[in-house]
Design a protein around this ligand. Structure first.
Ligand SMILES: N[C@@H](CCC(=O)N[C@@H](CS)C(=O)NCC(=O)O)C(=O)O
Length: 214
């Protein structure tokens, strides 16, 4: 499987899951944003976004969907929650909450409050940063009495959510993380799968002379 990605991007969800599952990926590191600095990538993914996973004739561009794909291919694996388990609905919910609800507002914040200040939309960007903070309420409640989100074990829902929290530590929004959420993130980042994935991304980017997305 080929993973087109930028170091530190949502592609980290995929390379982290691959480490946890023992799947080897052919990492193709791109400069950020690829739509501007790697225009040939548009032939693989017309959106120009990362990650993009290519597995034979399959091409996927949604990080949470790619996690579902990887665990389905690796089944049975404790990294997924099966339909006959009590937490199956919660598992799907957190997989998608991770990108749609707590990553998306951070990217709007990054765009308007940090990268493209000249547009004069900084106030809107900051409002999306606050929105991210408010959307953590659900996670805070879920973590009460739990080390991991679903099934009493580490799953790819934790990877999906963990990446969103990690992103906040890189873009200046981590003041929204409560003590319980910060402790959860520390637990996730202490996993060898996380450290190996970040190290592998950095080494692969360095090998082709490019830096991190954020
Ligand atoms: N919903 C997609 C979002 C993909 C996405 O927007 N990725 C960002 C990097 S984290 C990107 O490629 N941005 C560059 C751009 O928008 O041109 C996912 O979960 O993978």
């Amino acid at each position: 499987m080929i993973l087109y990605t930028c170091a530190g991007s949502r592609g980290l969800r995929v390379s982290w899951a691959a480490e946890e599952l023992g799947i080897s990926l052919d990492l193709r590191m791109l400069p950020f944003p690829p739509r501007a600095f790697a225009r040939e990538f548009l032939e693989v993914n017309p959106l120009g976004t990362v990650p993009a996973l290519v597995d034979g004739d399959v091409m996927m561009t949604e990080s949470s969907a790619i996690l579902q794909y990887l665990v389905a291919k690796a089944a049975p694996t404790p990294l997924a929650i099966a339909p006959d388990e009590a937490d199956f609905g919660a598992y799907l919910d957190y997989l998608h909450y991770a990108d749609a609800t707590i990553t998306f507002p951070q990217t709007v914040y990054l765009r308007f409050a940090i990268f493209e200040k000249e547009r004069g939309l900084q106030e809107a960007g900051e409002a999306y940063g606050d929105w991210f903070g408010k959307r953590l309420r659900k996670l805070e409640a879920r973590l009460a009495g739990r080390d991991f989100l679903c099934g009493g074990r580490f799953t790819v829902a934790d990877i999906a959510v963990g990446y969103a929290l990690y992103l906040s530590t890189r873009n200046g929004l981590s003041h929204h993380l409560t003590p319980a959420i910060s402790a959860y993130l520390e637990r996730l980042m202490a996993r060898p799968g996380f450290t190996q994935a970040t190290a592998r991304e950095k080494a692969a980017a360095k090998a082709v002379g490019i830096g991190a997305a954020i």
